[in-house]
Every structure is written in C-alpha cells, then in structure tokens.
Design a binder for this molecule. Structure first.
Ligand code: GCO
Length: 442
C-alpha cells in the first residue's frame, strides 16, 4: 500500500455536512413501523394490550414489499433525499441473533435510492424495540447501550458507506416523556428515577452508535432528530402562563440541545422529575441537529393538574386546525431553527414537518408557508441543510392509528395502491425552485 493511501486510511475522514456535492436535501421521511407492516415488536404488544386509541398497525402500508415503488414515487416528486428507519426488531428478532435477510433488504433499498439519485437519510431508532428489549436490556440499564451499539454496528455494516447521513435516535426526549414519565408509550413507566437512568443511557447509546457509524462509514454525518415545538401562554399576558410557556420551551426544546452542546444536562420536569447528568463525548458525537417541527402548544396554569398546567392547541393564526387538531404556525419553523442553531452551533436538517390533512385542502399552503419560513431563516445565515416532509405516504400514526393522513401520497389500505394527492405537485415545484437556488442536484 502506498504511504499516501495508508495515511488516507489512518486519518479519520472529516465530516463535510452539508455535502459539497449536494448542499441541500429536499425529500420525504417515513419510519419503519409506520409503513412496513407485520413487524412484531414492543409496539405490537402495546396494541394487543389495548393501549392505543387507533387500533393496530397490522400490515401498515406494505412498504416492506414496496419500498422500491415508494422510492420511485419520491423520485417522481422531485426529491433528492429519502429518510427511513431500520427496524431493530426485524434485524435482531432474538437478542444477539441477527437476520441477514432483513439487513440485506435494507441494503437493497439503499441501492435503489442511490440509483434514483436519492440521498438515504437513515434513522437507527424510531420508537420501537425488539420484543426482548425491555425485559433483557432496558434503557434503565447500561446493558441497553451495548445492545444498541451492537445493533448499530450490524446495521451500518450492512448498509455500508453508501449511506452518509444518519440520525441515531429519533425524538429521544419524546420517548423519555411518553415512555418513562407519562406512561403512554412503551415501556409505559411513570417513574422519575427510571427516566433519569433512561436519559443517561439513551445519550450514551447515541455516542456509542455514532462511533459505530463513523467506524463503518467514514465521513458520514451523524445527527439526532429532535422534536421541537412553539409554546405560548394561553392567556397572553398572564404571568403564570407566560412563565410556564418559557419553562416548557427551555426544557422541551432546550434540554436535549443543551446536553448535545455541552455534554451536561439538568432538567426539572414538573411535578417531580429532576434529570441531571453528564456525558463528555456527546458534543463531538454530533454533526447536525435534525429538527422535527409541527405545531404550537398553548399553556394555562392550573393547580391540581398534573404538571401544573393544561396545554392544548388553538387556532390563533386563523389557518384552521389540522385533522388531528394541531395549530398551523409556519413562522414557528423559523423560530425553532434559530433556537436550535443558537443552542448547538451545528448545521441543521429539517428531518420532519407536515400535517394530517385527508382532504388535501391545506397541504399546499402549509408547504409553501413552511418553505418560505425556511428560506427566510436561511437568508439570515442559519445553516439549514435540507427539508424532509413528513410524510411520503399515509401511515400508522402511533396512538392515533389510521385516522390522521400525513401523506403527499394517499394509500388505499385494501389494495395498497398509492395515489399522489394534488399537493404532491406543489411539493415538486417548490423543490425544483429551492434546489436550483441552492445549487443542489435534484
Ligand atoms: C413523531 C415521529 C413520527 C410521527 C410524526 C407525526 O414525531 O412522533 O417522528 O413518527 O408520525 O411526527 O406525528
């Protein structure tokens, strides 16, 4: 081996994100459980136990057999990026036993995406866990970190260097709040001590997965997909409502960002949880912040209410609420992007943004207004490397099941036929313009 080549291999490839050859990613996002179908995991058990409002996921929208078709649909919409997640339960159905076929299936999807000119954006953990996980290596135990690192190693090795953009964890803070404090999603705990341990281990798992990614895919960019919201006082001038809104914003938006920026966190989550910890490797394990942004919550102080506040959505912008009752606040996208950039100082990627709109009456203006907010914030110098719309397809919306329709493409769940909604054309045109402005390949 020539000394030059040896040196090239020894020097860790530095991460260039946004990618010089594709400075702007314009695309769509899906997650494994919500589209693939028939994936036995902790969430399936949750459905069977009657813990969801919207019924079972079942065959979902059959993407496990139709990913190639879905990728082609995204390409036809002018996307140059496609975010999907790897199902841990498919890949490691029994602890330590990896399913080569499942890994090969994801590798085939990556090949197909590359052939269609779509940048794969791969999430390693999007809410669900293999059936053995909570019993054998729960997030409250450090064994979870090793388990996740091993899964990450197998997954990134199988996908290979063709993938250069990963989010290790999707919305770890939502998993923490819903799974360890609110008890609404698996593992269904409401336990401050468990939450503290789980946050420690989730963040350690991010660091460990980042090392696996960088080992297998030198130069790949590693991010976290973080759910961010706007918080407003329900009664505009009420001091308690105002204090609550600013506290909610600091904790919900800012807590995780601060942890990634400094390697330290100290969060008080009303009424009783104090989550404090430190992980020195966290800041250097992150190359970009993925922002999932949807809506604004209005908070109203109330004694005797859990968390000391009621919160809800209101139509204060006059744009009407989405099918699942969320307020539409496009300028909020600009606000949370500014907030993420100021907190962490790394490039950003909008990893999710979208709405439930079965009649497709609002999606076109939603898209145009959010893209305008994105362009405005970019013009101010906030480094946003792309926008991924949630979602390509109508899909299974967790506790709400099959009610909300988030797809640019409508899916008939009896035939699994896909049909682009009219707003898909608006998405295509917006993308064409943005990609041309940003000098990015379509
Ligand atoms: C989440 C997820 C997606 C959702 C989407 C719409 O934020 O919960 O990342 O899985 O389906 O956000 O609610």
């Amino acid at each position: 081996m020539s000394p030059l080549r040896r040196r090239a291999l020894e020097t860790p490839a530095s991460v260039l994100f946004p990618f010089p050859d594709r400075p702007f990613l314009w695309g769509v996002a899906v997650s494994h459980y919500q589209v693939e179908g028939d994936d036995a995991c902790d969430w399936t058990a949750w459905e069977a136990a009657g813990r969801t409002r919207g019924g079972a996921c079942g065959p979902a929208v059959g993407s496990w057999a139709r990913y190639e078709e879905d990728a082609a649909l995204a390409a036809a919409l002018g996307a140059n990026a496609f975010r999907f997640s790897v199902s841990w339960s498919r890949v490691e159905p029994r602890r330590g036993r990896f399913d080569g076929e499942a890994l090969a299936r994801y590798a085939r999807l990556v090949d197909r995406l590359a052939a269609l000119g779509l940048e794969p954006v791969v999430t390693l953990h999007h809410y669900t866990h293999p059936p053995w996980f909570h019993g054998e290596t729960p997030w409250t135990s450090p064994a979870s970190v090793d388990a996740f690192a091993r899964f990450a190693r197998e997954a990134v090795r199988a996908l290979g260097p063709a993938v250069r953009c990963f989010t290790a964890l999707n919305e770890p803070f939502v998993l923490l709040l819903g799974g360890f404090l609110g008890g609404e999603i698996p593992p269904g705990l409401s336990d401050a001590r468990a939450a503290r341990l789980a946050l420690d281990n989730l963040l350690a798992a991010h660091v460990a997965a980042a090392a696996e990614i960088r080992g297998a895919c030198p130069g790949a960019a590693v991010g976290v997909a973080h759910n961010m919201m706007l918080f407003a006082p329900d009664r505009g001038r009420h001091p308690l409502d105002r204090a609550l809104a600013s506290r909610a914003r600091r904790v919900y938006n800012g807590g995780l960002l601060e942890a990634f920026a400094t390697g330290r966190w100290d969060l008080w989550i009303p009424p009783f949880a104090r989550l404090k910890g430190r992980r020195d490797g966290l800041p250097s394990s992150l190359d970009f912040v993925g922002v999932n942004y949807y809506s604004r919550l209005h908070l109203r102080a109330g004694l005797g209410v859990p968390g000391l506040a009621r919160f809800g959505y209101r139509d204060r912008t006059g744009r009407g609420l989405t099918d699942n009752g969320w307020e539409v606040v496009p300028e909020g996208l600009a606000e949370v992007l500014r907030e993420a950039s100021a907190a962490v100082g790394k490039p950003l990627l909008v990893t999710e943004n979208g709405l439930a709109d079965g009649s497709d009456a609002r999606r076109a203006s939603f898209l145009a207004d959010h893209v305008a907010a994105l362009s405005a914030v970019h013009a101010e110098g906030v480094p946003v490397a792309g926008y991924l719309h949630w979602s390509l397809l109508d899909n299974y919306e967790w506790l709400d099941g099959w009610g909300p329709k988030f797809g640019l493409v409508e899916v008939d769940r009896t035939t699994m036929a896909r049909r682009p909604r009219p707003s898909a054309e608006v998405f295509r045109r917006l993308g064409e313009r943005l990609l041309a402005e940003r000098g990015s390949k379509g």
